[in-house]
Design a protein around this ligand. Structure first.
Ligand code: NDP
Length: 493
């Protein structure tokens, strides 16, 4: 008998809670039928003559046609960025640059509901996440880097910081607007101009951002946005007029970009995948840890590079931890991203859904035990039930490969050393979580875990002042904080 049913004997508490639908109105978003490329401050038709549809992954409904930029389009955007870099933007004083960034931050705040609805519509993430996480953080990044724009000489004393030049920025589909903010805010604060390529499946908030750029009266060409597919990204990487590439995405494409840029002298930062260990010791506050585990892997459908996808539980608390986790999973509401009660939204694309399904099948075939709470999924769209695997060996694909979906692999450990050894047994090194009541154990674990970001008694917390980035196959370079400015500057030394 569940705890809730047991209570029912004593008080008339219903055994299940049905939530009435609470849909966010979508009429705040005015979609165009089709969107061109944002080059030199204007939305222009693509020279390639090619367009592609962008969908809502929750309903498979086409939302708009978007331009597919070819080599010539990318070259025009790079030219516009170069012209702005050497023209009006070069004459703009650092304090004026700061004003533009503040202006963008404030406009994002003012229009945050519109952006949040569009983000959920095009990407499938729950509205409560786009509204309460993506949008506030995106605005915070612009506010934060606005503060640095006129203080670079103090941030890097005696090193004569100068902009790198034209920056090519390629971003993924899991946090479309937030990744745009992570890329554009530090680049502009440092005095660069940019050509940004959003992911193929989630171009719409980047295209709405063009409107913000115009509203803020940023000089034309400082920000250029070229939509398209992987080939558009490849054209941007290859273009000789680009001085720096900043990439967030898969390790595979990251490696290809690194090979392409070898010997060219172009600067490069890579923020790639992860397979983070979330480690729970037997002295941790268990209910709190379970919330952290759920947030670590089911936030944004697990489409998170730093997701806590490998859970390490100390053996002595394995059973109560699993029982609590399964009970909590049964309360997750999966469905319409625009419903304010939804915890887990749609998988971003059919391709990603197939990748998740393939890895889950591999987990079952290799011998892991699967648990999925009872859950009714919508008929149309791309969905995956929150999943947990137990009896997982370290060699299984589900313990080694990035699934990038709502799938958790649970492993156990007995001693802190064993936890460290198993946690570090991965080609990645982006993030980790430690749950314990002992501060000394947190510090000891943090010094031994090979991960760029380590959370203690919390998970998936982000702040623009705090650097983020990885080791090993998770990439190099940091975004956020003072560290995030360095890759956008050249120094006379
Ligand atoms: P990709 O690495 O392919 O996509 C990231 C960005 O790179 C997109 O804008 C993509 O364009 C672009 N791109 C693709 N090919 C090239 C290329 N040859 N040169 C330059 N740019 C390119 O990731 P996927 O979307 O294919 O996702 C695959 C897997 O990658 C996921 O399952 C997940 O494991 C991981 N991933 C990790 C992310 C992270 O934050 N670390 C984010 C996204 C994915 P387009 O979208 O148009 O193809």
């Amino acid at each position: 008998m569940t705890e809730l049913e047991h209570k029912q004997d004593r008080a008339p508490v219903p055994a299940g809670w049905d939530y009435a639908p609470a849909p966010e109105a979508r009429d705040i978003v005015q979609l165009e039928e089709r969107y061109g490329l944002f080059v030199g401050g204007e939305l222009v038709e693509p020279r390639s003559g090619e367009w592609f549809p962008t969908l809502s992954p929750a309903t498979e409904e086409p939302l708009a046609q978007v331009a597919l930029a070819g080599a010539e389009d990318v070259a025009l955007a790079v030219d516009a960025a170069r012209e702005a870099l050497e023209g009006e933007w070069a004459k703009t004083t650092p304090s004026e640059r700061a004003k533009y960034l503040y202006r963008i931050a404030r406009i994002l705040q003012e229009r945050s509901r519109e952006f949040a609805v569009l983000e959920s519509l095009n990407g499938g993430k729950p509205i409560k996440e786009s509204r309460d996480v993506d949008l506030p953080l995106a605005a915070a990044h612009f506010f934060y880097y606005a503060g640095w724009a006129d203080k670079l000489e103090y941030a890097f004393p005696n090193r004569k910081p100068r902009p790198v030049g034209v920056c090519g920025q390629i971003i993924p589909w899991n946090f479309p607007l937030l990744m745009l903010a992570w890329k554009i805010a530090p680049a502009l604060a440092a005095g660069n101009t940019v050509v940004l390529k959003p992911a193929e499946t989630t171009p719409l908030t980047a295209l709405l951002f063009c409107d913000v750029v115009r509203q803020a009266e940023l000089p034309p060409g400082v920000v250029n946005i070229v939509t398209g597919d992987g080939s558009t990204g490849a054209h941007l990487v290859k273009h000789t007029g680009v001085d720096k590439i900043a990439f967030t995405g898969s390790t595979e494409v990251g490696k290809a970009i690194q090979r392409e840029l070898a010997g060219t002298g172009k600067k490069l930062t890579l923020e790639l995948g992860g397979k983070a260990a979330n480690i729970v010791f037997d002295d941790a506050a268990l209910d709190q840890a379970v919330e952290g585990i759920v947030n670590g892997i089911y936030f944004n459908q697990g489409h998170v590079c730093c997701a806590g996808s490998r859970l390490f539980v100390q053996e002595s608390i394995y059973e109560p931890a699993l029982a609590k986790l399964k009970r909590r999973m049964a309360t997750l509401r999966v469905g319409d991203p625009l419903d304010k009660n939804t915890d887990v939204g749609a998988i971003n694309s059919r391709m990603q859904l197939e990748k998740i399904q393939e890895l889950v099948e591999a987990g079952k075939d290799e011998g892991a035990e699967i648990y999925q709470p009872p859950c009714r999924l919508p008929e149309k769209g791309y969905w995956f039930v929150p999943t947990v695997f137990t009896n997982v060996a370290q060699s299984y694909r589900i313990a080694q490969e990035e699934i990038f979906g709502p799938v958790l692999s649970v492993l156990t450990f007995r001693t802190p050393d064993e936890a460290v050894e198993k946690a570090n047994n991965t080609p990645y090194g982006l993030s980790a979580g430690v749950w314990t009541e002992k501060g000394s154990r947190i510090l000891s674990m943090a010094s031994k875990l090979r991960a760029g970001v380590i959370w203690a008694n919390t998970y998936n917390r982000f702040d623009p002042t705090s650097p983020f980035g990885g080791y090993k196959e998770s990439g190099f370079g940091r975004e956020g904080g003072l560290h995030g400015l360095g890759p956008y500057l050249r120094f006379d030394e």
